[in-house]
Design a protein around this ligand. Sequence first.
Ligand code: ATR
Length: 278
Amino acid sequence: MKKLYGVIGCPIQQTMSPLIHNDAFLHLGMDAYYHAFHVEPKDLETAVKGMKALGVSGFNVTIPHKEAIIPMLDEVDEHALKIGAVNTVVHKNGILKGYNTDGPGYVQALKRVTTTNDKRMLIIGAGGAARAIIYSLVQEPGVTADILNRTPGKAISLIEEFSFHNRCRAVTMEEAVRSLPTYDVVVQTTSVGMHPLVEETPISLSSLKKNAVVSDIIYNPLETKLLKEARLKGAVVQNGVQMFAYQAALAFQHWTGNVPDVDRMETLVTKRLGGTSC
Ligand code: ATR
């Protein structure tokens, strides 16, 4: 029988997850279908019970349900529990188990453009996306990170909560700008620069280190103002498409045990966003 997968979120019409997962099912010859479900916050619990009752094999969870779904699941992976957010649910033997593939997906994507060992990083943001990314990045050997957030208290409490004092510190904008020539990698996790606020940047990169890597998790636009500035300064740049593809590929593996073609996912998303892919 055809297996059903999906994504729940609100809003959801913009999601590109059905595009890449349905293509992967076709490409791998699997009898499965992935559908986007619009679920209002007030209906989340009913929707989760419905997924279980209907025998949906697995689903993604996106904004604004990633945190709220945790108490509604039968089991939650320890890393997802620490991050406090689930983006992937596996339904097996009547058990709904939650995982977070955002952090590991980000690290896999970053490794496409740089090694991570012993890298000194600036991470911009301390929200939900940053939590997952920082949690995974700091597991990498020798990574140290300065965290810059508009609300500094959130960066401080994130470091305290994860006990990352020996690897991370919260920095002010002045400190981040002063230290810019020392960072190997700059990771942008906020919504600054995202459509429609495409003219905004979270920091000026004027003193960026030569050969630095600048990675922005935004993929709409494909090149944020920050990435354009970084590219013009000769940096290695990465937009959010690869992170999106890798987190999806990891979810796909959790559900099916099969490894999808990540490059294919990346190409599909880039084309859908009006870009060209190499
Ligand atoms: P997400 O799950 O996408 O990370 P979030 O948890 O709401 O969303 O976090 C948004 C992040 O973007 C935060 O780091 C936020 O900074 P604050 O903690 O100070 O709110 C950051 N952010 C959003 N809009 C911003 C802006 N205009 N300038 C600077 N930072 C901004």
